[in-house]
Design a protein around this ligand. Structure first.
Ligand code: FAD
Length: 314
């Protein structure tokens, strides 16, 4: 990992810097680039503004690996508030959740109860078929229970979707089952430092695995079974490959999409949407905006200029 990125992760983990920044007036332009708002209402308002520009949203309440029951309950309530606002908003929204923010650190039974209740909120308030609860995929110690959770809720007829990581050796088998199920699947490269027995570790191998998974998710069989692929990537080569495979295999434009993080490569997001590709933006919201935002700067030093400009203008 480059030194620059290590420094930014250090800033993200520092409790004193986090407190200082989150209490300061810099939430302003800096955080608004990467974060949808301080609460669910602001997040939904931002999703509505994006919709007017032809972009869909995926709302995520900031926080992960939560073990404090009070914090888990606060997360559940914030997400439930958003789910209940979906109907009024008339949006095409994914509600993204990490199982470890909804009880998995305590027990998977507790987590299942919380996620099922949220999925029911989405089913009751959302627009059938388009608004869904998307399970994010965390480190490999929770891959199996996260997929089990998806399959259980799906069997109950709830509107759920799941993320798979191309770098895991097991993903080919997982995708075969998800394709047979006609699932809504978000494909990402994978963000955790996994050992070689679990995942490919080189960049080129990871990209190759991602391309193979694109071919599986955009196969004629997947189309016939009603699979809805979401390609979570900022890599223009992967998006171009997906566009090519989709065209060759006769996929309609509104049956698959590309999802990116809010604020990352905004000009390219616009370009793709203008070309007719369905684009969704991952829109985190909540009070804990600093660690998330500064990590994005760590991934791309070009964002530093933006930080200074934001601070200068408040
Ligand atoms: P990279 O491999 O980082 O970059 C490839 C190339 O793309 C670069 O060489 C460059 O040419 C171009 N590029 C990328 N970023 C930029 C940039 N900022 N500016 C200019 N060019 C750029 N991971 C998980 O493990 N679990 C999850 O649940 C999960 N959910 C995600 C949801 C979404 C919507 C997204 C976008 C990512 C998610 N991730 C998740 C992270 C993912 O696994 C990758 O770690 C991350 O997206 C980096 O891979 P990449 O495909 O974006 O491109």
């Amino acid at each position: 990992m480059p030194l620059w990125q290590k420094m930014m992760i250090g800033l993200a983990r520092s409790a004193s810097v986090t407190r200082l920044m989150q209490e300061s007036r810099y939430m302003g332009r800096f955080a608004r680039r990467f974060v949808g708002g301080r609460d669910g209402d602001e997040g939904l308002a931002r999703a509505r503004a994006l919709r007017e520009r032809g972009l869909s949203a995926s709302l995520f309440y900031l926080g992960e690996y939560v073990a404090d029951p009070a914090e888990i309950e606060a997360t559940r309530r914030a997400l439930s508030g958003v789910a209940q606002g979906l109907g009024q908003a008339g949006l095409d929204v994914h509600l993204s959740v990490d199982p470890t923010q909804l009880g998995a650190m305590i027990s998977w039974d507790a987590c299942r109860g919380n996620v099922a209740a949220l999925a029911r909120d989405v089913a009751e308030n959302g627009r059938g078929g388009r608004d869904v609860l998307m399970l994010d995929m965390e480190d490999s110690s929770v891959t199996e229970p996260t997929l089990d959770l998806y399959h259980t809720l799906r069997a109950e007829g709830l509107p759920v979707a799941v993320t798979v990581q191309a770098y895991l050796h097991r993903t080919e088998g997982d995708l075969a089952r998800l394709v047979a199920d006609g699932a809504r699947v978000r494909l990402v490269k994978g963000a955790f430092a996994e050992p070689g027995r679990v995942a490919v570790t080189g960049r080129a191998e990871r990209d190759e695995a991602y391309r193979r998974a694109i071919v599986t998710l955009l196969s004629p069989e997947a189309r016939e079974r009603g699979v809805y692929p979401v390609f979570g990537t900022h890599d223009h080569r992967m998006a171009a490959f997906a566009e090519h495979v989709a065209q060759v295999n006769g996929w309609q434009r509104d049956r698959w999409e590309v999802e990116m993080l809010l604020g990352v490569r905004p000009a390219w997001q616009r370009e793709l949407a203008d070309r007719g590709v369905s684009v969704r933006l991952y829109l985190p919201f909540g009070r804990d905006w600093w660690p998330y935002s500064i990590r994005r700067v760590g991934e791309n030093p070009a964002n530093l200029g933006f930080v200074f400009r934001s601070m200068a203008s408040g």
